[in-house]
Design a protein around this ligand. Structure first.
Ligand SMILES: *Cc1c(COP(=O)(O)O)cnc(C)c1O
Length: 328
């Protein structure tokens, strides 16, 4: 693996854990005998990051990146351009530390999402017609006001923060054989795989993306970061590219992941229904892709003890209740 300067290490994950302790929830594992039966594993443990304080694991990376800044730099404020769970997480983390946060959103982002970020105390700047324009504006504001730009995944301290999930997993289930991780930009998979493989290289790490718009998987196939057409998916938090100038996550994911798999929209919907009806969990589509894979049958890696990361609950409740009332 080509380790670029500044690439996160397992030591960064331990540092992240010390930094964010007390500021993020230590989430529980829930055993799912149903999914264990479905895939033929001895046990399936669900890591409930949908119970994280901001509704998704991204609070770990955002909090770690914020606290890793020098105090005088942090005091000038932070900026990002994420519409989804990262924007919410950074707003949440900044408010907790009393730091100003700006979130740049394109005109395409629905007003209810912008309002949710404002409710977390961040300033929303509307700009342009697409995500690229929002990122450009965030970088411009960073240069103009001295804000620190905190991207959603391709950032060493964000990756290290997400990796703290791996530490908790191995403390609560030391004998895991397989860990199943939703995969988009790869900050989560890179962080978790970095620490899990450092502690136990035999653990089989599986990344799961939707069939639609799987930029990291297409990039792994190509051998370098590529762009894919954005397509609507129930797993909307897994949309978006990995950046043609990707610095960290592509190399880390390529070096550490054992297997990547794609799941269909129908499988994601059925997995959301299954998690709701049987485990009584409200999950967004991105959070259900691991359960979708297990419901297919067969344990990836062939191991007996499996953990799947249930990553977030940021779902429109009207759409969710409609979906769970439908039949498979
Ligand atoms: C961001 C996100 C992911 C994927 O994380 P990456 O670091 O982009 O791979 C998975 N699930 C949810 C709920 C997310 O918000």
């Amino acid at each position: 693996m080509a380790a670029e300067a500044g690439t996160p290490t397992p030591a960064d994950v331990y540092r992240a854990r010390a930094r964010i302790a007390g500021r993020v929830a230590r989430t529980p594992l829930l055993s799912s005998p149903r999914l264990a039966r479905a895939c033929g594993a001895d046990t399936v443990s669900l890591k409930l990051e949908m119970l994280q304080l901001s509704g998704a694991f991204k609070l770990r990376g955002a909090t770690n990146a914020l606290l890793a800044l020098a105090p005088e730099v942090c005091a000038r404020g932070v900026v990002t351009a994420s519409t989804g769970n990262h924007g919410r997480a950074l707003a949440y983390a900044a408010r907790a530390e009393g730091v100003a946060c700006t979130v740049c959103l394109s005109g395409l982002v629905p007003e209810n999402k912008a309002a949710a970020v404002r409710e977390l105390g961040a300033e929303v700047v509307r700009t342009g017609d697409d995500q690229d324009a929002a990122v450009a504006e965030a970088l411009r504001l960073a240069a103009e006001h001295g804000f620190s730009y905190i991207p959603p995944f391709d950032h060493a301290e964000v990756i290290a923060g997400q990796g703290t999930i791996g530490l908790e997993l191995l403390e609560d289930a030391p004998d895991l054989d397989t860990v199943i991780v939703p995969l988009s930009g790869g900050g989560l998979l890179a962080g978790v795989a970095l620490i899990v493989k450092a502690i136990n290289p035999a653990v089989h790490i599986v990344g799961v993306s939707p069939e639609r718009g799987a930029a990291m998987i297409e990039s792994l196939r190509a051998g370098y970061p590529v762009e894919v057409a954005e397509e609507g998916t129930l797993a909307d938090s897994l949309g978006g590219g990995i950046g043609l100038d990707n610095r960290h996550t592509f190399a880390l994911v390529r070096g550490l992941v054992d297997e990547v798999v794609q799941v269909s929209e129908g499988e994601i919907a059925a997995a959301m229904r299954g998690l709701y009806r049987h485990e009584r969990l409200v999950t967004e589509g991105a959070a259900a892709v691991g359960a979708a894979l297990l419901a297919r049958g067969g344990v990836p890696g062939g191991g007996g003890r499996v953990a799947a990361l249930i990553t977030g609950n940021n779902v429109d409740m009207d759409a969710f209740t409609r979906l769970v009332r439908e039949n498979d």
